[in-house]
Structure formats: structure tokens, C-alpha cells
Design a protein. Structure first.
Length: 137
């Protein structure tokens, strides 16, 4: 087994590492696991619009994957966590935007995906978090 390599991305990744002491990704051989990514900018601020926040979370996943030598095309497993619009239903928009981003970024690959509604996420104003596993071919 290969030695784990940890990655801290510039900007938000450096800030989170300094504040909370964790890395954004780990690569062991051809497998890459990333920490959950929100739709933040490098100052850990979130957009007003939920759809923009989801797209930015996808951008952040892409940035972390790239740091570890992977892309969205290598992703095999996605967990997404959402603050629901309603206690009984995540809402239509998160699933629709997630599916649009999968189609846009994954070149036809359809990863396994678990979409969960949660009561709270790790930062004030955060409404989505995306965590992935990739296997680099």
C-alpha cells in the first residue's frame, strides 16, 4: 500500500487547515478521498443564491481533486448534504442542480450518489456540502 499523501489547497483550504487542523484531500495510491466542500469562496463566504452555492461547491471539489491529481471524470462516489427547504423534503432545486453539474462535469460517468438532508452544516450560511471519492485511472 502506498503512503498517504495529504493536500491543502490554497485559499480556503489553507484557512480551514489553520483554523481546524484538517486537510482537503488524501491520496493513497490511485484512490483520492476529499473533505466535504462547501460553496465558499477563499474568504469562506457563501453566495446568496442556492444554485450558485451548489455550482461553487462543485468548483471547489474540482479544485481539491486537481490538487491530488484527479478530476471529476475520476469520481466514483458522491455524498451531498443539504439544508432542506422543508423538514420532510430536501427540495427540487438541489437535486436538479446536482444532476446538471454531474452531466456537465463527468463526461457521461454516473457515480453512485447519496443525497442527505441535514439539520446543520459546518459554517453559518452554508446550505450544501459535497464529498467525493475518486479512483485515478
Amino acid at each position: 500500500m502506498s503512503e498517504p499523501q495529504f493536500f491543502i489547497t490554497p485559499g480556503a483550504g489553507e484557512k480551514l487547515h489553520g483554523m481546524l487542523g484538517y486537510s482537503q484531500a488524501v491520496r493513497i495510491g490511485d484512490r483520492v478521498e476529499i473533505s466535504g466542500q462547501g460553496g465558499w469562496n477563499d474568504d469562506l463566504e457563501f453566495p446568496e443564491d442556492l444554485e450558485d452555492e451548489i455550482v461553487r461547491a462543485f468548483d471547489n471539489v474540482e479544485r481539491v481533486l486537481a490538487a491530488a491529481g484527479a478530476t471529476w471524470a475520476d469520481v466514483v462516489h458522491v455524498n451531498s448534504y443539504h439544508l432542506p427547504d422543508d423538514p420532510a423534503y430536501i427540495g427540487e432545486r438541489p437535486g436538479r442542480v446536482m444532476a446538471e453539474q454531474f452531466r456537465k462535469r463527468m463526461n457521461g460517468r454516473a457515480p453512485i450518489w447519496t443525497e442527505l438532508g441535514v439539520a446543520a452544516l459546518g459554517a453559518p450560511g452554508m446550505r450544501v456540502e459535497i464529498r467525493v471519492t475518486a479512483v485515478v485511472a
